[in-house]
Design a protein around this ligand. Structure first.
Ligand code: SF4
Ligand code: SF4
Length: 141
């Protein structure tokens, strides 16, 4: 198994610093890969990342909800061009550095979202995407 970062991720970055095996990478290029991604082949399922996420975006693979019920007001991020994701998100990461995400949507209270759609992108990022790109550790801080 592995842990999975879902599209509730808003690039806060806190999870990166607690991962004992350094297997969480910020997605790049950001328009195509707006989340952070966990390398399934390296994750040891320690669970340390889950409580670090202010957006509660991380789950064990088995527990990623297929019907996440939104509290209301949280943002979901998808690659640029995803239908319905046309809002820009501006915020700060856990170090106070600016975070801009081009393609998000704000969830309404009680809206139901299938976050299991995000599982494959964690695998694809390492199997077919950039994976551990040069300099990711500096950008992750
Ligand atoms: S702590 Fe949460 S929001 Fe921040 S990068 Fe990790 S998964 Fe994304
Ligand atoms: S569960 Fe542990 S090893 Fe896996 S990504 Fe989270 S902190 Fe890293």
């Amino acid at each position: 198994m592995t842990h999975i970062i879902t599209s509730l991720c808003l690039r806060d970055g806190g999870c990166v610093e607690v991962c004992p095996v350094e297997c969480i990478v910020p997605g790049m290029p950001q328009d195509k890969y707006p989340l952070y991604y966990i390398d399934p082949a390296t994750c040891i399922d320690c669970g340390a990342c889950i409580p670090e996420c202010p957006y509660e975006a991380i789950f064990t693979e088995d527990e990623v909800p297929d019907a996440y019920s939104a509290k209301g007001g949280e943002s979901q991020a998808k690659p640029v061009g995803t239908p319905g994701f046309d809002q820009a998100f501006s915020g700060n990461n856990h170090h106070g550095h600016a975070v801009e995400i081009a393609s998000t949507k704000t969830l309404a209270a009680g809206e139901t979202v299938n976050l299991r759609d995000d599982i494959q992108s964690n695998y694809d990022y390492f199997e077919n995407g950039p994976g551990y790109w040069d300099g990711w550790q500096q950008h992750a801080k």
